[in-house]
Write a protein that binds this ligand. Sequence first.
Ligand code: FE2
Length: 399
Amino acid sequence: MHQGHHPPALPDTHYLDNRIFTDETIFQEEQERIFSKVWQFVCHESEVAQPGDFRRTSLAGKPVLVVRGTDGKIRGFYNVCRHRAAEVVRTESGNARSFTCFYHHWTYSLEGRLRAVAKAEGYERAGLDKSELGLVPVRTESVAGLVFMCLDPECEPLEAFLGESIRPILEPLGSAPMEVFHFHKAVIHTNWKLWQDNNSERYHSMLHAINRATQPWVLGKTSPMKLRLFPNAHSGYWSDGEATVAYERGGYQDVTRDGTLPGLRDQEMRVLNLFPDLMINIRSNVVRLDRMIPLDAGRTLVEWRGLGVKGDSDEMRSLRLKHHNMFWGPAGRNLPEDLLAVESQYRTMRTDSVRYSILAREEDLNPTDDANLRAYYVEWGRRMGRRAAAPFEQLQGAA
Ligand SMILES: [Fe+2]
């Protein structure tokens, strides 16, 4: 055994076996044991603002549909025709009065009822009961304008899953009507957990010149920002007092303090990382939401959304866009650097040259403490029935 395959001499909560990122069997199990079981963010309410607005996406690899009914309620369904399983909706998003499957023209209402079948007389002898054959519902609930879905009909309500973790974002996201003003997506060549990991850990903030400049604590010993840990491995990071982002140090001459979102101090930053895959990053006057659609162990579709306030003046909207994109646009000074890092990790992990990653920082919940990552991988292990440090070892007491 060469040195790169020796586990580090640390408690086994403090390191990971990198094969949890590269193994396809583990990836398939994650689809069943995590993505088929927990609440996941799918879109913002503004993306289905009007009755009949719909959006197609997937959860755990399964095709789903989010639609606002004529009653104004947002519902979710499997995007699969009950007749012969073709996809009922084939465009990404749009507005419809009903959904007609292209294959045999079965038609569903916005509330999912099977309204009509073509050449209905052919079913008379067999006795087809249309009331039994609506689109299959998927649990769909919202908080602060964020729409979540869960494939497991038995899972706890969204509010119970999120618990107290969601409180710091309720006011900024939930008091003024918000809308998506930026959307981009890309398939990145890495495991989905490495992206959540990057979005959750602060030790790498030194990677970003713009973060070093605008967040002085990045290189300092302590910070007014603190990690916050919540049940179900949700975590966050904010300050109870001081302002935390010094935009003016970022080299931008026209940075203003305008447009601070409700409930935030000027120049305040709050980040929430929800298990398993959502980041909500609020920086003063803009919001970034990262959602993932894992494709296989080594490829992840990431959707990036930027939120602003509905009804902003043109001037305010362009200020928000500028502040959003200077960090988080596809050519911003933060996001592309993170992508380089997580794709680099994945390239080497596939080769199994160095088998373990270290999560051993303990700093009383200073931002560069790894406590939130450790909690995340404990929860991952609990759901997977595997230890993240030794995923191929039989668990004590397991069958
Ligand atoms: Fe980063």
